[in-house]
Design a protein around this ligand. Sequence first.
Ligand code: DSN
Length: 421
Amino acid sequence: MSTTCRDQLSQFDPEVFSALVGEERRQAAGIEMIPSENYTYPEVLACLGSVFTNKYCEGYPGRRYYGGQDFTDAIERLAVERARQVFHAEHANVQPLSGSPMNQAAYFAFLAPGDTVLAMDLSHGGHLTHGAPVSHMGRVFNFVRYKTEPDRQGAIDFDALLAMARDIRPRLLLCGHSSYPRDLDYQAFKRVADEVGALTMADISHIGGLVAAGVLGNPCDAGFDIVTTTTHKSLRGPRGGLILTRAAHAKPIDAAVFPGLQGGPHMNVIAGTAITLKKAAEPEFRTYAEQVLRNARILAEDLIADGVHLVTGGTDNHLLVIDTIMSFGIDGRIAEETLDRVGITTNKQIIPDDPRPPMRPSGLRLGTPACTTRGMGDAEMHRLAAWIGDALRHPNDEGRLTRIAGDVRRLCETFPVPGLA
Ligand code: DSN
């Protein structure tokens, strides 16, 4: 935000300004380990607070319902082209406001109410928007859930999945996750879908940046019909969503986003997305993505060596799920609050078939995209693993937690947050 804008804000609304400054300090002083969060680029922050926020742009480039679109058309065309190139997609829609409308638009493009979707169980790593009963989508469509095998490193039994698919004949086979620490075999999903004539959809929101960088498999390369990703997680962009499809699906997807579901796209966000995708194509981004994976692996190895039980026994991607009941005898909420007190931000997490409720679950989820953006690497992961184990073993030892909090604060001072330095 420019100095002039900051000055005007601080004078007009000290309450909002003080919350902004507080959040800036919180983000700089602690280690962000929620795997779906990241620090975006200063160039993206500049776009988010720009005059693009003033503009209505219903429609698509060259086909808008309002005048004055010379520059917004140019921005959206850039974002679309870069998304196509980065993800090897035949078509890209860059207008979804975020993950939930993105997935809703994808469903409504191809499904009629009551149609069956075969998707990963929420407690095994799936996502709320993949038809959880508490979501509206879960009421509109008939979601049936497959599970993973946590005791076999989170493997998916594709023979069992095929038998299930033959039985229920889904219109759509959906893969993707928000708390599954393993990579996916997209070819195997595609084979199952082809056997039963189902469409294929992968929600790669968590791993979008890792796929863009080429360090994890790409469902577009496997011929998936629809691939969705949010832009603000491992991709490091503004809060938004992308739908990537084959050319044959472009029309129904575009119509489902607008006018089907949304009104005017947020062009300040789309400008930030264009920048993010340009960054994702640079060699430095691949180095970043490799370090995200390496950091998660080091953290997992150290925690396991320390006797900590990880769901599926490890990680192939950017996230880890600790079974906190089994490892420390505390539930996920106590674990999250304990780590909050030492300046390490994580989130409580249900584990596969968790007998406990979502607000007091058996696990804790943590990930490495944000701390890697700050430049933290191998040495810092070893220290983090030691602090996490120490804090969670002693959630009531105030002196110990204060000492760890001091260590965390001092470490953070040497790793500035992009845009705040
Ligand atoms: N809230 C995001 C996450 O934490 O996984 C996804 O919706």
